[in-house]
Design a binder for this molecule. Structure first.
Ligand code: NAP
Length: 270
């Protein structure tokens, strides 16, 4: 590889890469997909709500073409499936790979939150949260890794959380799932790094997205977040995009099995 590729910005260029981002019709997933597309990648959006995902893909195509008329609208695709429906997710991944080839980058981002005390938590709610974050990442990761491994390359980014490391009352299934995702990230690294894959976790702090709408609207909680975060603000989805591009690019080729916290310093300071 020429020195210039490692010495400068081209190492962050995603031109020619194909990326599947789960749960990307809105929020962090959409921001990452948009960042990848603007950095040169072809992207595949995903979610369960077909109307929303199609509309988000259309909006991204419009932005991409206005940014660079030489880009093709075909560089933004979408695939509607529920990551907890193993058969449907596997079939969708096969269809995607038959049509577009094996993705170079997978971002396991789909997520939900169900809050409640441990003693009152219905088992179904517990299982639902674990299923989306943890089993979903396993299912989609496995489907793509089966094609990435013989090819000898691939980047998998599991979206973790500050709750992979710190816990609050009422978020037990979410914290358990996000902590488990750190273990899954390391396990994927252990098994797949020898075949040329990089698997890392990206752990945002508290961001102002739909998932946190009720918390953002609560002045007491919002005040606590800004005082508890050394950067003294809620995070924004844009804060996650640069690190996500780095982890998808050749600039991070020797980074493996790590969790990168993007949290304004929250996990570093008591
Ligand atoms: P969001 O705005 O609620 O978006 C969640 C996305 O996941 C939606 O696009 C949703 O689309 C999709 N989704 C949910 N269940 C799915 C399923 N079973 N199959 C496929 N897609 C599914 O949430 P966000 O704040 O952007 O969060 C994205 C990720 O970042 C999550 O993993 C979350 O835990 C993590 N995170 C968020 C924060 C934060 O502060 N917001 C902090 C740390 C980590 P459909 O409803 O159309 O399926």
């Amino acid at each position: 590889m020429p020195l210039a590729t490692h010495a400068g910005l081209p190492a962050f260029d995603l031109t020619g890469r194909l990326a599947l981002i789960t749960g990307s019709g809105r929020g962090i997933g959409y921001a990452i997909a948009r960042g990848y597309a603007l950095a040169g990648a072809r992207v595949v959006l995903n979610g369960r709500d077909a109307t929303r995902v199609a509309a988000s893909a259309e909006a991204l195509r419009g932005e991409l073409l206005s940014h660079d008329p030489r880009r093709s609208p075909l560089e933004v695709q979408f695939s509607v499936f529920d990551v907890t429906d193993t058969a449907a997710a596997e079939e969708a991944c096969q269809t995607l790979m038959a049509a577009h080839g094996c993705p170079d980058v997978l971002v396991n981002n789909a997520g939900i939150q169900i809050r409640g005390s441990l003693t009152e938590m219905p088992t179904e709610d517990w299982k639902r949260v674990i299923d989306v974050h943890l089993t979903g990442a396993f299912t989609v990761g496995r489907a793509l890794a089966r094609r990435m491994l013989p090819r000898g390359s691939g980047k998998i980014i599991n979206i973790c959380s500050v709750q992979s490391h710190l816990v609050r009352p009422t978020t037990a299934p979410y914290a358990a799932a996000k902590s488990g995702l750190v273990g899954l990230t390391r396990a994927m690294c252990a098994e797949w790094a020898p075949s040329g894959l990089q698997v890392n976790g990206l752990a945002p702090g508290y961001l102002d997205t739909e998932l946190n709408a009720s918390l953002v609207a609560d002045p007491e909680f919002s005040g606590w977040i800004t005082s508890r975060t050394p950067a003294r603000r809620w995070g924004r989805v844009e804060d996650v995009v640069g690190p996500a591009i780095w982890l998808a690019s050749s600039a991070s080729d020797f980074v493996n099995g790590q969790v990168i916290y993007v949290d304004g310093g929250m996990t570093a300071v008591i």
